[in-house]
Ligand binder design. Structure first.
Ligand code: UD1
Length: 361
């Protein structure tokens, strides 16, 4: 069996690492039924600390194809990706194309494959924010509809698809847990303190990169004013996505010394930050769950989240970009006794379950 894996953005490298390792494990036990995996990197994320570091740390096989498509508008980026992925698929003739999450690389991979009648598997399927202004929401809805098998991380994801009428559509749906939980469990022992952080310091971990926050000056100002206020109480460590760095410069927003802005970190460093912080303030999808994996309360600066089970279990608090709400929630969370013991994202063997299903399908 031949699989082409499409990746392009930072969180996809983490997710693909889990499945690649499960494929290797399958191969070591099934010499007569080997899976060949070829990795296509679209190039969407290209900085050393947004891309290469993940391949190195997590031992992801080097991409067989690097398409070098980045820094374009959504249409141009997605269009060029489809064209170049199609050329790879014509040459390689895989049995499956494996796509992850909700990025432009995801929809481009799925669309190129589907039009060539190549089977598509979508990992992290069924998630919805119900906000059609988010490019991610458009990407995930379209990708789900044209996939052949949907690997759903949560019960909510299964329900979302049912509500969209998937019972009447011939697409296999599997609730298999979350690959990011596998990654967090497997790599925990390799967590590494980022050089820039002082040992024993008390801090809040924050990341901000969503287009709906970064591209709206009023929202970005409000979020950063809140972070400044919080940083007067407890240091804020902020590994900054290049998109946000650019926007802060464009809008003339400056940060004080209480906010420690650092370059984007690798996965092992992120795990260290998660293990050692007091709480998390973010607009990232992945980090909301990772906060939970490491028993940290999370304040989400978005209007909605795909990971609603975190809200229901009161480990995550959705506050939008309102300055006062962010600060008040931060102060409230600090006084709370939060239970993190529930199991929401599988048992850490999602990668193996995905490979097993692909072999069977
Ligand atoms: C993308 C995904 C989002 C995911 C996020 C993870 C889409 C629509 N969005 O958003 O779902 O949560 O990745 O980070 O696919 N840039 C650099 N260096 C890099 C990467 C990006 O300078 O290594 C710049 C780009 O040139 C661009 C900006 O950052 O100007 C945004 O990058 P882009 O890939 O468009 O979207 P993300 O915000 O990263």
């Amino acid at each position: 069996m031949k699989i082409i894996t499409i990746v392009g953005a930072r969180p996809q490298f983490v997710k693909a690492a889990v499945v690649s390792r499960a494929i290797e494990e399958h191969n070591s036990k099934n010499q007569d039924n080997l899976i060949q995996e070829l990795i296509v990197h679209t190039g969407q994320h290209f900085d050393e600390n947004m891309s290469d570091v993940f391949f190195e740390q997590m031992n992801i096989p080097k991409p067989h194809y690097h398409l070098e498509i980045n820094s374009l508008t959504h249409g141009a980026m997605t269009g060029r990706m489809i064209e170049k992925i199609e050329a790879v698929l014509i040459k390689e003739k895989p049995d499956w194309v494996l796509v992850y999450g909700d990025t432009n690389s995801t929809i481009a991979g799925a669309l190129a494959a589907k039009k060539m009648h190549i089977k598509v598997a979508h990992v992290e399927a069924g998630l919805r924010s119900f906000n059609m202004r988010m490019p991610e929401e458009v990407n995930r809805i379209l990708t789900d509809r044209i996939s052949d098998i949907l690997f759903c991380p949560t019960e909510t994801a299964i329900t979302n698809l049912k509500n969209e009428g998937f019972d009447a559509i011939d697409i296999k749906r599997v609730q298999c847990g979350d690959v990011m939980y596998d990654a967090a469990m497997y790599y925990t022992e390799r967590s590494t303190k980022p050089d820039a952080i002082a040992e024993g310091s008390d801090f809040v971990l924050s990341t901000i990169h969503r287009q709906e926050n970064t591209d709206d000056k009023a929202k970005l100002v409000s979020i950063f004013e809140a972070l400044e206020e919080i940083a007067k109480q407890q240091k804020v460590v902020l590994p900054l996505h290049p998109r946000t760095t650019k926007k802060l410069q464009n809008f003339g927003i400056e940060t004080s010394a209480n906010i420690q802005v650092i370059e984007p970190v690798g996965y092992f460093e992120m795990i260290w930050l998660l293990s050692n912080c007091k709480s998390v303030i973010t607009d990232s999808g992945g980090l909301q769950k990772e906060a939970f994996f490491f028993d940290k309360p999370c304040i989400t600066v978005r209007e909605e989240t795909e990971w609603v089970e975190l809200l229901h279990n009161k480990v995550n608090f959705l506050v939008g970009s309102d300055k006062k709400k962010i600060i008040d929630t931060f102060n409230h969370v600090n006084t709370m006794n939060i239970d993190f013991s529930m199991n929401l994202y599988g048992t850490g063997n999602t990668g193996a379950l995905i490979v097993e299903q692909l072999v069977k399908a």
